[in-house]
Design a protein around this ligand. Sequence first.
Ligand code: ZN
Length: 316
Amino acid sequence: MLNKISKKKFNLLLKNKKNEDLDFLKFSEDFLIKKRGFIFKQPKKGDKVILLLSGGIDSVVAWAVLMKVYGYQVYPVIIDRGSNKRAKRELSAVRYFEKYFSKKYPEQYIRPFHLSVNTVAKEIIDTLDKNNITPEDIVLNYKENKFLAEDNSNVVIARAKGVSPYLMPFYGVVYSDYLKFIKGLDIHTILVGVNFSDGIVVSSQTFTALRSTLLSMCVATDNYKWNFSSVFLERETGVYMDKLEIIKLGNKLGIPLKRTWSCYNDGIMQCGDSCATCIDRKRSFYLAGIKDETYYRPYLFRLIKDKVKSWVFFFK
Ligand SMILES: [Zn+2]
């Protein structure tokens, strides 16, 4: 069910991809083999794994794949950023799928755990307040990321923004410890739902970054048992998937993908046209040839919102 390619093809794709570091990959993998004899080991059916869950398409489909296709006991963990508005939207998507999967796969279902951690520094949020963003920043953002900046929520200016997604998997290690204390479980496999193209926009989600995370987990805990990878991107097993393949797979599994949340903005509906993830989502549905039933904010609604905003600015 998962898209697989040869190692040769995988290497060629990595070679042609921006942001990947083949030297680091070789160094880290050689080191892991020397240290423990393997790079990544696919767990066996029935094994326990931890999944980092966000409420977006990739991690929700990953959750279903791990239960249904691989037959694992999946312990999903959500990094709950509480008051963050976008996080609230992601959280309500997660709540929907909690109910959905508990009914669909009652035998395998394990309730996701909410770990309360705010991974974004308040000072960074304050600095990126829309009043501090200059038109030059917005143009630069557009040039670099190819999507329009509506407000601070979807501007990727600060390098520091790559830090937050990089930190997430380490909370999988924290959750593993928690499960050991509370339930006496020993889980060393931590998985994420990163796809091949994610690393193009966010450098901390490249295949190189995945390997670096695995190595860091081992070094930081002085424990070389950790098994970390993406459900959709792993050279050892040949799994190679982009969002469109993930959408096709989700559709095949009958998952209501319209209920997942990708948007960087925090409206009632996803923006559909002003953030990288919405644009990628729409494009991927189109390329997959699957009808996109997501409720996007209508264009007229955005037009009115922008008009009101400009009037408020005028009378200030
Ligand atoms: Zn959006």
